[in-house]
Design a protein around this ligand. Structure first.
Ligand code: FAD
Ligand code: 2HG
Ligand code: ZN
Length: 470
């Protein structure tokens, strides 16, 4: 194929202004958020409609051109970055950002894939509803990316992850055919649930162009607290205690270690801990109620007072204003940015059964210390979901470069332990390229074989995000 004519043919579909080819224009789309993966793109294409996406994919199928679907480009595992060959086309969905329809009685919203998550949250709020997916990248990540990574975030405890929030999808298949599966039904048992194949597929099976998502009643009363504790075991005891006291009203339960609080307050201007001293562990928790008259703050205070009496909690602050609540959330939401400023770490996004978290944390610390004495663990995450971001930084005795060169050993220690505890090496970020080879050690050949058969059946030419996931 003569690739030199491809940008011109793509421009005929989406308009010349929506095809970027100059390296200075394509580089931001060919570099990942953390600046760990640097690819090159033949072109970056920005379609404005599902029909344009379909035409772009048909042209790529005809010419055997590989496609990298891209949303907000906030992937933490290189999923949206083209390889270095300069032959792949990035199909960026950001222009497709409309909320097509919102049905407040059916509690559904039909939205295009390029809609930024925060914009969808705002649209739901304007209709007196809640779209509950929430994560620190919500100002730039897009619905198509959230679907394709099966994103999690800070409210999974109450509302589930992206997979649980979807009723229908519209997808351009690798053949260029447009599948309209935009159903708005809560019940539909008519064969295989095909939409679930595309959720979490990281763009390897097709390009999601729109989705029907669930809405929920908007909480009218909320309480936010920050708690200092002596150990991960106490954090787990607090989770059980709060669940039994508050039930479904517990909407967030996030863990931050001493190192995390130290790093985030040091690097991020204006971010402060409310406590006079740093504790071994901290929990940020939130209660929500749809009843405006419900005094969730009293409920929070009473439950936390009891936790103090029982010796589970050492220090407690319950926010008395929206500004104070936001200040507490800033400690958690700035963690990824603060880690970037701190330097490089070996990132782990793992899950284990919630009950095993303290044992896992102790075992991982001991095993890492044995291999890399004095290693620094930046451990935080969604404790209520059993999901830890167990990031590991070089010990003072090693240069960052020397430590990063030993990333496979660090991964081996952490991931082997995760699996020994019955866990997963990717809880919410996906495999991308970062964990594509690593997963082969932990998923059975049978499971990997089934995944490959599905990939071959849907994408026989192998043009959809090749080199990612499998
Ligand atoms: P991209 O990065 O553009 O793409 C991600 C993957 O999806 C790629 O494989 C891409 O090919 C594919 N893709 C994108 N759009 C489409 C489409 N329309 N059709 C098919 N495939 C597509 N993740 C969490 O789960 N929880 C968190 O709490 C969280 N916090 C984060 C905080 C920060 C500061 C950052 C930088 C990232 C965080 N992430 C988190 C990771 C990331 O934000 C999510 O994975 C998000 O869902 C990605 O959305 P995106 O639009 O940026 O996707
Ligand atoms: C979060 O929960 C994200 O903030 C990012 O999933 C985690 O930076 C990380 O490792
Ligand atoms: Zn997370």
């Amino acid at each position: 194929m003569d690739v030199s004519t491809l940008p011109h043919r793509l421009a005929r579909i989406v308009g010349p202004a929506n095809v970027l080819t100059a390296e200075s224009d394509t580089t931001p789309y060919a570099t990942d958020w953390r600046r760990r993966y640097f690819g090159r793109a033949l072109a970056v294409v920005k379609p404005g409609s599902s029909e344009e996406v379909a035409a772009v994919v048909r042209l790529c199928a005809e010419t055997g051109t590989a496609i990298v679907p891209q949303g907000g480009n906030t992937s933490l595992c290189g999923g949206a970055t083209p390889d270095g060959s300069g032959t792949q086309v990035v199909v960026n969905l950001s222009r497709m950002n409309r909320v097509r329809a919102l049905d407040a009685v059916n509690n559904t919203v039909t939205v295009e894939a390029g809609c930024i998550l925060a914009r969808l949250q705002t649209a739901a709020e304007a209709a007196d509803r809640l779209f509950p997916l929430s994560l620190a990248a919500e100002g730039s990540c897009e619905i198509g990316g959230n679907l394709s990574t099966n994103a999690g975030g800070v409210q999974v405890l109450r509302y589930g992850n992206m997979r649980d929030l979807v009723l229908g999808l519209e997808v351009v298949l690798p053949s260029g055919e447009l599948w309209d599966g935009l159903r708005t039904l809560r019940k539909d048992n008519t064969g295989y649930d095909l939409k679930q194949l595309f959720i979490g597929a990281e763009g390897t099976l097709g390009i999601i162009t729109a989705a029907v998502l669930k809405l929920f009643p908007r909480p009218r009363a909320q309480a936010t607290a920050f708690v200092g504790l002596d150990s991960t075991r106490d954090a787990l005891a607090l989770l059980t205690h709060m669940q039994s006291r508050c039930g479904d009203r517990l909407t967030a339960f996030e863990l931050l270690s001493a190192t995390c609080v130290e790093i985030v307050t040091r690097h991020m201007p204006g971010v402060q801990s409310p406590f006079a001293r740093i504790h071994a562990q901290h929990v940020l928790l939130e209660l929500s109620d749809t009843d405006a008259a419900s005094n969730v703050r009293d409920v929070m205070e009473a439950a936390l007072a009891e936790a103090m009496e029982r010796g589970i909690a050492r220090d407690v602050v319950v926010a008395t204003s929206e500004a104070q609540a936001q200040g507490l959330w800033a400690l958690r939401e700035n963690m990824t940015e603060a880690q970037m400023r701190e330097g490089r770490q070996v990132k782990h996004d793992v899950s284990v059964p919630i009950s095993s978290i303290p044992e896992f944390v102790d075992a991982a610390r001991a095993a890492l210390d044995q291999a890399f004495r004095g290693v620094r663990v930046i451990g935080f995450g969604h404790l209520g979901d059993g999901n830890l971001h167990y990031n590991v930084a070089s010990p003072p005795t090693m240069t960052e470069e020397a430590f990063m060169a030993r990333m496979p050993e660090v991964n081996r220690i952490v991931h082997d332990l995760v699996v020994r505890f019955g866990g997963s090496i990717s809880a919410e970020h996906g495999l991308g390229v970062y964990k594509r080879d690593e997963i082969l050690r932990y998923k059975s050949p049978l499971e990997m074989g089934l995944m490959r058969q599905i990939k071959r059946a849907i994408d026989p030419l192998g043009i959809m995000n090749p080199g990612k996931v499998i």
